[in-house]
Write a protein that binds this ligand. Structure first.
Ligand SMILES: [Zn+2]
Length: 210
């Protein structure tokens, strides 16, 4: 059903020749202390970068004929599937994601409760973000629910933040699940089927093909 919704919204695409309009940013009432001045500019810049990463990944995946080593390696690592037709399927989804992701809006909130509390959202497993709770969170498969930006987002490095946005967008618009974080044990042995439906596989592929 998520894919149908994406097809319906695909007419919003065609952004190659146009600047992406800014998203809407809001602070949850009571979370002002956790959302420093300028937080929305940080997310806005990360958002632009995430869209550019996806665009670059789409170009590489569409051009892939099996012989491009870096693309092949990224597909093998994150999907265990390296056929050109499979790369085209991934590119098709990422192209739709790039078209609809600019529609996402963002709500900054503290980590006292809810999805930003420790264990609630995407956590910064590789950095200090873990200590301050989640980085970001999106309601699964609900396009119009604002993405939560957590305190851990702002203590994460920029590449991690961009990866986090792609990860959350893949939950929100591609309806992908959390069935294997790339930096957790066992990730490398998951099936292609499992990885296809795994948000972190998508964000890691984009990260490596940027
Ligand atoms: Zn997730």
């Amino acid at each position: 059903m998520g894919l149908l919704a994406i097809s319906d919204l695909a007419g919003f695409g065609d952004q190659e020749d146009h600047a992406v309009p800014p998203a809407h940013y809001e602070v949850l009432t009571g979370s002002e202390a956790a959302c420093a001045d300028g937080w929305e500019r940080v997310v806005e810049a990360d958002r632009a970068r995430a869209l550019a990463w996806i665009g670059a990944a789409v170009v590489k995946l569409r051009a892939y004929d099996g012989s491009q080593g870096a693309t092949r390696k990224a597909l093998e690592t994150h999907f265990h599937a390296t056929a050109p037709w499979f790369a085209k399927v991934i590119a098709w989804h990422l192209d739709k994601l790039q078209a609809v992701a600019p529609l996402a809006n963002y709500l900054c909130r503290d980590a006292s409760s809810g999805p930003c509390a420790p264990g609630g959202g995407l956590t910064g497993r590789l950095n200090e973000g873990l200590k301050s709770g989640g980085i970001a969170w999106a309601m699964w498969c609900l396009p119009f629910f604002r993405i939560r930006i957590c305190p851990g987002y702002f203590t994460s490095d920029s590449e991690w933040r961009v990866r986090a946005l792609v990860h959350e967008w893949s939950h929100k618009y591609l309806c992908m699940l959390d069935v294997g974080y790339a930096d957790q044990p066992g990730y490398e042995s998951h099936s292609s089927f499992r990885n296809f439906f795994n948000a972190d596989s998508w964000s890691m592929l984009v990260y490596e093909l940027q």
